[in-house]
Design a protein around this ligand. Structure first.
Ligand SMILES: [Mg+2]
Length: 259
């Protein structure tokens, strides 16, 4: 048995993909990612093969994802499911969520000013502190951010890759999967969700609960390059997903792998 034996055939699959760390190699800053042309070719081909049932679900704003991927995916859920474009060229649909108080952003700016190398990324409703350049600061930044959000129950502090994100509760990658799968061309298919991060686990869980699969980079796939190779190989397949050169038994089935 290989991973491919657990997956629905292409003709019944809705493919839901995280972007950073899944399709794209992690870069020193969010702006410096490289999008290989071969990835764009594979996505273009898969949109056709899957009758449109291909979406990207990212923490980035939808416009950034569309700029990076030339708007090839049929749908893009951005901001961890907070905003979604359900069809090519369609208006964004937003989940009603609160915005982070201005005082929190002021406090975050103070943190970045006090710690060179820490990068503040503003989002529509929250913000991210990236500390890739100064990894030792991770724990201290967490404590500072916990102090900033205090006892707020409408926002959550999430760990991303060498980053902490403050985002409103009420939307996550799981709600994004459910919203996409309720609409054409995804409805009636089985979701395969691929992600690499803690925030992707909500999406994997919902995909599995719907009878599909949740696959993790680092377990089912060695790295984003392995995901890209697999997607390109799928275009040459009749209807089954190709096998995966994973990291052993953990690659099998849809059990979540180690971080
Ligand atoms: Mg990711």
């Amino acid at each position: 048995m290989s991973l491919a034996d657990f997956l629905p055939p292409l003709s019944r699959t809705a493919l839901l993909l995280d972007l950073d760390g899944t399709l794209l190699d992690i870069a020193p800053t969010p702006d410096s990612v490289i999008v290989p042309p071969s990835l764009l070719d594979a996505l273009r081909g898969l949109v056709v093969r899957l009758d449109g049932a291909l979406a990207v679900i990212s923490g980035r704003p939808v416009a950034q994802v569309d700029a990076l991927l030339h708007a090839i995916p049929t749908a893009v859920a951005g901001e961890h499911g907070g905003a979604t474009r359900f069809a090519p060229g369609a208006e964004l649909e937003r989940v009603p969520l609160p915005s982070a108080p201005a005082a929190w952003l002021v406090a975050a700016e103070r943190l970045t000013a006090a710690h060179p190398g820490v990068l503040l990324e503003r989002k529509e409703r929250g913000f991210v502190l990236h500390y890739r350049a100064v990894p030792d600061l991770g724990p201290a930044l967490r404590v500072a951010l916990e102090g900033i959000i205090g006892s707020s129950d409408s926002f959550a502090l999430m760990q991303a890759r060498k980053a902490w994100e403050i985002k409103p509760r009420g939307a996550d990658k799981g709600t994004a999967v459910a919203a996409l799968m309720a609409r054409a061309p995804f409805a009636g298919r089985l979701p395969i969700f691929i992600g690499d991060d803690v925030t992707d686990e909500d999406g994997m869980e919902v995909a599995r609960a719907m009878g599909g699969a949740g696959l993790k980079v680092g377990a089912a796939f060695k790295d984003p390059a392995a995901v890209r190779t697999w997607l390109a190989a799928a275009l040459r397949s009749n209807d089954g997903w190709p096998g995966v050169v994973g990291l052993g038994k953990k690659a099998r089935g849809s059990a979540p792998g180690p971080r």
